[in-house]
Design a protein around this ligand. Sequence first.
Ligand code: UDX
Ligand code: ADP
Length: 464
Amino acid sequence: MSKIKNICCIGAGYVGGPTMAVIAAKCPDIKVTIVDLNAARIAAWNDENLDNLPVYEPGLDKIVAQARGRNLFFSTEVEKAIDEAEMIFISVNTPTKTYGVGKGMAADLKYIELCARQIASVAKTDKIVVEKSTLPVRTAEAIRSILDNTGNGVKFQILSNPEFLAEGTAVEDLLNPDRVLIGGETTEGGEKAMQALVEVYANWIPAERILTTNVWSSELSKLTANAFLAQRVSSINAMSELCEKTGADVNEVAKAIGMDSRIGPKFLKASVGFGGSCFQKDILNLVYIAKSYGLNEVADYWEQVIIMNDHQKRRFAANIVKTLYNTVSGKKIAFLGWAFKKDTNDTRESAAIYVADDLLNEQANVAVYDPKVEAGHMYADLDYLETRSAAENAKGLTVFNDPYEALQGAHAIAVLTEWDEFKGYDWQRIYDNMNKPAFVFDGRNLLDADKLREIGFFFNAIGK
Ligand code: UDX
Ligand code: ADP
């Protein structure tokens, strides 16, 4: 396989966009074209004003500015880009199925299958197809079957190259990854295809951090990494509830155990619960795969991570209701944050959605401020749950562009995202303008408890 000169990426989302922008920035000799069916999204990627990029990530605007128009292109012409490329990344979404067999657990592969069929029908020359989206183990086999049986007789190599970037730190993670994982077939063609992709990454990543494995190991490693990370969060969250009962402080416990080099300090922050597009989806996927092989103990073990996470979100909302004298009906409860973590505008599976849902069931008036999330996304998140009508959600939830307005007259504040700016607010002014007694429920262990108590707040944090 000669050097790659032309890459196409199908899917201009949170994974495809930043990943390809970094590849283009670091490999000026490779033309990178990102295509998407969603014309509005492509237009936003092409917007002159870099504040309008569809994905917010620190540093992404600079990377896009560096490469866009030089060797990075965003387009809706999917077929043309496939035709021109030697290497095609598939970065389309793989949500959990909402219908049929595996509903609520298995990944919905319809977008992947559509991509495979489109590649097969368009390709006139040999192609390397790279799975970038997180996929269930053995998806590569399905892609191979479609490509080989519906194609025009050209040769396809299929690689798995899972993405480990975390949102909010995507650019940093892509520039300086712990490792890059590439899975391929252990045939001559497979080895060559892997080498071609290794050479792309070798433009900026040291050789010892680029791992090659067989396809199935690569696919399963991605699910395993996310399951382990999520499990750490659920483990510390489980301890947070015990801390609240016993008088231990979960931050102190996390620090004490994190200093054990075998445990390590990362991913031990107790919270209102993990969110994001990956953790829950990937664990559900793992559970589904284990069950489909009859491995019920394995499935139950991992499912408990999700059960714990759901419990954490629910008990946070329940604690608000209980503390506010068992009723929040007609009370204004202000949310600081809606995104699933700081430094992203992504809200998928954010704990805020479920906490809001519970409080709306209790007839609270929920007022939200988030520095990056658009109001339309918040309503769409709630409507998607189908707990109540869109009209009822619009009535129960109000979105503010100014945090002080959101907090004005509130009975309680719930911190749902750990945005840095919340720490610097004028908390005395906020207190003066709230209903008394004024409560803060810190779901992120973000704010200074002593300072807020001194002002007069009743302060409540996870795990304390
Ligand atoms: C995750 C993986 O980290 C990444 O490697 C993979 O590619 C995609 O899934 P992401 O979901 O973007 O990335 O963010 P991450 O930083 O992992 O956080 C996930 C959730 O866990 C967030 O809601 C975060 O707030 C929560 N979390 C994380 C905690 O509650 N406590 C922690 O200590 C760490
Ligand atoms: P992720 O977090 O995995 O990147 P996103 O939902 O942010 O997920 O992005 C996936 C993108 O893939 C969406 O913009 C969607 O429009 C696009 N997409 C899905 N199927 C296709 C397809 N067959 N052809 C082109 N783009 C697609």
